[in-house]
Design a binder for this molecule. Structure first.
Ligand code: BG6
Ligand code: MG
Length: 221
């Protein structure tokens, strides 16, 4: 079915900014403090999922099952370390090609929205200075169902006034690709093929995206 793309939805961490590494370092510090190793492979499972679900996966890896109040403390500690690392974030940390891609969408009359699980998204957008390039922002504070549930992207489509089938999603997480498809959207994987099974199109980073070629590709589907 030919797809005319009328809106572009962007994940934040790992697509527009390389905060994925800060998330990893903060989770690893928590795991190490609890007495177990947490590898980049384990971390792949955390990408795109909410803070509390990430903690559950991490505890599963460590074989721990602490009570609810301790979990809250652990998640808060991880977030405090993460936010500490965000303090040094500047406009220079926008990933290569991200600003250009947002601008290219705008030049073609294609509205853009953020679709992120992060509750820190407003702070990050502010530090990067890219909020004016997004027509809508949906983040962890607007959603109660984490990717792979499509809620965050469906809310983005709604905010932009387009049908889900008219949206393309840019994602670096397998859970995000799944969420886009669950919502009836096309999905461009940003990263390595082995981490992004099922992506309709794959680019190593937004710097490698040819927006017109992508639009033509989806139109021919
Ligand atoms: C997503 C990240 O964007 O946001 C996840 O890919 C993270 O790794 C999630 O757990 C929630 O982020 P935050 O900033 O609210 O803890
Ligand atoms: Mg991501």
């Amino acid at each position: 079915m030919a797809r005319v793309i009328r809106a572009a939805l962007f994940d934040l961490d790992g697509v527009l900014v390389d905060t994925a590494k800060h998330h990893y370092l903060a989770w690893k510090r928590l795991a190490n403090g609890l007495g177990f190793e947490f590898t980049p492979e384990h971390n792949e499972r955390l990408k795109g999922v909410s803070r509390m679900r990430s903690l559950e996966i991490l505890l599963e890896v460590g074989g721990l099952n602490p009570p609810h109040d301790q979990r809250e403390t652990m998640a808060a500690q991880k977030n405090a370390w993460y936010v500490e690392m965000l303090a040094g974030l500047t406009a220079a940390d926008v990933l290569p090609g991200a600003r250009e891609t947002l601008l290219a969408m705008r030049q073609r009359g294609i509205p853009t929205a953020l679709g992120s699980a992060s509750r820190n998204a407003p702070l990050i957008l502010d530090k990067l200075g890219i909020a004016p390039l997004l027509d809508a922002v949906i983040d962890g504070s607007n959603t109660d169902r984490a990717k792979p549930d499509p809620q965050v992207f469906l809310l983005g489509a709604q905010a932009l006034g387009v049908e889900p089938a008219e949206c393309v999603v840019f994602e670096d997480a397998a859970a995000g690709i799944e969420a886009a498809h669950a919502g009836g959207m096309m999905a461009v994987g940003v990263g390595k093929a082995e981490n992004l099974p099922g992506a309709d199109l794959l680019v190593p980073g937004l710097y490698a995206l040819d927006v017109d070629a992508m639009l033509a590709f989806f139109q021919q589907q």
